[in-house]
Design a protein around this ligand. Structure first.
Ligand code: UTP
Length: 276
């Protein structure tokens, strides 16, 4: 049993190069690309805040300073728009800034998602935490956000939780794919996971998306994890160690997910939020 059991912090790995979005991501962080008028990362922060988390821990890298500026007050801009008809555009971001604290660390070498999460240890410490990959934009029109749903699952099972969705098997080589025993409707005790398997090697059609709840022992495991698929330190490989101990739950979330790290997903998300 953890000393501090409640999820309070959310880690946002945001150091990747976003090569699929070049040249847009040459000087602009991928996480700052807007869907309508709001950057992807702000959607993620709002989801975390809505789930009751107020400490945002962001792993950045070189060329990502726009992220820190976004979650800070711009006095010049505030002065300029005060009392004008445009002031309401700032309501959302002002609210986020006033309710959350933001802390940052840099990933010096981009050695993969697992390595980015390990870089965040200094901001998280010895407590369970959420991870949001902002380029996976999630929305649940009918109720609780994906992160809120996962926190409920965590509170029952008290172990790491990954969000999964059914994918066409031909796409298995884009995801971490799990296998497990269904303990409740849509809730699986994971016993195997493979990073980006070819369709014939995929243990199921349940793919991990960019939402995790992790227990802090993951940091020690990540510290020992050797580079895996693509030469990167993979969170999937570290989670497999926890899974072998029976300590990973996969949760088939309710809602939609858009892969905004790909052009198709980004356009789909833009159309969806525009219509909404
Ligand atoms: P992705 O693989 O989707 O991001 O990683 P990427 O590498 O930036 O994108 P492409 O493939 O080159 O287009 C998922 C998340 O993990 C972060 C990314 O910023 C993204 O939010 N990440 C990835 C890091 O923070 N550090 C890394 O070394 C790798």
């Amino acid at each position: 049993m953890q000393k501090n059991n409640k999820i309070r912090k959310c880690l946002f790995p945001a150091a990747g190069y976003g090569t699929r979005f070049l040249p847009a991501t040459k000087a602009i962080p991928k996480e700052m690309l807007p869907v309508l008028t709001k950057p992807l990362l702000q959607y993620g922060v709002e989801e975390a805040l809505g789930a009751g988390l107020t400490t945002m821990a962001i792993v950045t890298g070189r060329g990502k300073r726009a992220i820190e500026d976004h979650f800070d007050v711009s006095y010049e801009l505030e002065h300029q728009i005060k009392g004008t008809s445009k002031e309401h555009y700032m309501t959302g971001i002002r609210d986020v800034i006033s309710k959350c604290t933001f802390s940052y660390t840099r990933q010096i070498e981009m050695k993969g998602l697992g390595h980015a999460i390990l870089s965040g240890e200094t901001l998280i410490g010895d407590e369970p935490f959420a991870v949001v990959l902002a380029d996976d934009l999630c929305d649940n029109e009918d109720g609780e956000s994906v992160l809120s749903q996962m926190i409920e699952v965590y509170e029952k099972y008290k172990c790491s939780v990954v969000a999964v969705e059914e994918i066409p098997l031909k796409d298995s080589n884009k995801y971490g794919v799990i296998a497990g025993n269904e303990e409740e409707d849509g809730i699986f005790r994971v016993n195997n996971m493979v990073e980006k398997p070819d369709p014939q090697d995929a243990p199921s059609n349940l793919a991990i998306i960019g939402r995790y709840i992790l227990t802090p022992d993951i940091f020690d495991i990540l510290g020992e994890t050797k580079p895996g698929k693509g030469g990167e330190i993979q969170i999937t490989d570290a989670l497999l160690i926890q899974a072998k101990q029976g300590n990973v739950i996969a949760y088939k979330f309710k809602g939609k997910r858009f892969d905004c790290g790909s052009v198709d997903g980004f356009v789909e998300a833009t159309n969806y939020f525009y219509k909404k």
